[in-house]
Write a new protein. Structure first.
Length: 121
């Protein structure tokens, strides 16, 4: 017999059950991303054969990479080690642990996960 986990998180429940992940403080993320590629998105011309288009996309990706790297550093500094335990791999290991504890080592698991964006409550 396999265990079926159905985990659906709703924003209100999600906010009450998990610690708040807020690396920048109130309004800080909006200020950090304002007028950047993370705020406005990638822009390019409709002519995909235009060589300047490629250069512009590479420039935008470098900007995004630098912003993500800075964001990771800020989050590490402000949130500490909690972020190590907030990813998909950790959740999968936790579910596997529960399935093994309930059904045995070779138990099968079918997992349906639905998530919503992180919310500040």
């Amino acid at each position: 017999m396999s265990i079926v986990f159905r985990l659906i998180t709703y924003p209100v429940i999600y906010c009450r059950l998990r610690p708040l992940i807020d690396c920048f403080g109130p309004g800080g993320y909006e200020q950090f991303t304002s007028h950047t590629v993370l705020d406005r998105g990638y822009d390019f011309t409709p002519d995909l054969d235009d060589p300047s288009n490629r250069a512009h996309l590479i420039e935008q990706q470098r900007e995004a990479d630098a912003l993500y790297e800075t964001q990771f550093k800020v989050c590490k500094k402000t949130m500490g080690d909690i972020l190590k335990y907030s990813g998909t791999a950790t959740v999968t290991r936790d579910i596997d642990f529960m399935a093994t504890a309930l059904e045995g080592k070779e138990s099968l698991m079918l997992v349906h996960l639905m998530s919503f964006p992180l919310l500040q409550c």
